[in-house]
Design a protein around this ligand. Structure first.
Ligand code: ZN
Ligand code: FE
Ligand code: FE
Ligand code: ZN
Length: 281
């Protein structure tokens, strides 16, 4: 498989399982050439005592996380292993996050919106709130936060950029308008958009982002990365065939790779034609 998996969690976050070696070995089994760990950043916006150990690693684990990836690189020279991190965007706490990110030599930072006005809308524990919330308002607020996150310049890649669809609750508003506006901001801010196959494993039943959103990104020249959001070793590279189909359908011929927060665009088609594919690029 030719696409990189840049969104892999570790047991440190308290809701993923398996050893880091198992994730790497699964990637090798699938024939991936490049992967990146992107575990959840410590909940920097909360006081130490308020941080949920089942949502993210404690701050004292961050150095070990970074060190373990360094060790894995030595153990597995046949695969490129990147040091990434998935960082929540919380308005008002930008400087705090910036200081954490400066401490280590990350290859890339995924920017995620998991909270809208303090509500962890993607957490099954708080799903009942959908019954009373105004979905149009929620989507409007969510996409506004995603744009703000992109503009913060804290992130290289916007992760699961329409995560708000996770549980399948759909608004009445015209989503394409939100997609177009958000894709324009991504382009201006110079961020990439992540194709994340975790959406196929939840009620939404489709990749993040929706095809219309990805088309808007393509039309605005926003580069893409790919990720499985694996929380189990056997989720590495999960349904990457679907990601590949979506990429080719929308007309992307390159994916972005990262080294020390510098982006390189790579044509993935070369590998594919070797496998007998004769696409129409
Ligand atoms: Zn997670
Ligand atoms: Fe996430
Ligand atoms: Fe994730
Ligand atoms: Zn994620």
């Amino acid at each position: 498989m030719l696409l990189p998996d840049y969104h892999i969690h570790t047991a440190r976050c308290g809701h993923a399982s398996g050893g880091m070696k198992e994730y790497v070995e699964q990637a090798l089994t699938l024939g991936l050439k490049e992967i990146g760990f992107a575990d959840h950043v410590p909940m920097y916006w909360l006081a130490e005592g308020d941080r949920d150990p089942e949502l993210a690693m404690p701050e004292c684990d961050l150095a070990d996380y970074v060190a373990e990836i360094g060790k894995l690189r030595g153990l597995y020279p046949d695969i490129t292993i990147r040091l990434g991190i998935e960082a929540d965007y919380i308005p008002g706490y930008e400087e705090k996050l910036r200081r954490i990110l400066e401490r280590y030599r990350f290859d890339y930072v995924l920017g995620s919106v998991h909270y809208v006005d303090g509500w962890g809308f993607d957490n099954p524990a708080y799903i009942q709130r959908y019954e009373t919330c105004d979905l149009d308002e929620l989507y409007f607020r969510y996409f506004k936060l995603v744009r703000q996150a992109a503009q913060s310049r804290l992130f290289d890649i916007m992760a699961h950029p329409d995560l708000v669809k996770k549980f399948g609750f759909k608004p009445r508003c015209n989503l394409q308008v939100l997609y177009d506006e958000t894709a324009r901001v991504f382009a201006e801010a110079g961020v990439c958009v992540e194709i994340n196959t975790a959406g196929l494993r939840v009620p939404a039943g489709e990749i993040y982002p929706a095809e219309g959103f990805l088309r808007a990104c393509r039309n605005n020249g926003v580069p893409v990365t790919t990720g499985s959001d694996a929380h189990l070793p056997n989720q590495v590279g999960h349904q990457f065939d679907s990601a590949l189909d979506l990429l080719t359908r929308v007309g992307y011929i390159k994916v972005a790779l990262f080294n020390a927060r510098k982006k390189i665009l790579q044509n993935y088609e070369q590998n594919r034609s070797r496998n007998g594919y004769t696409g129409c690029f």
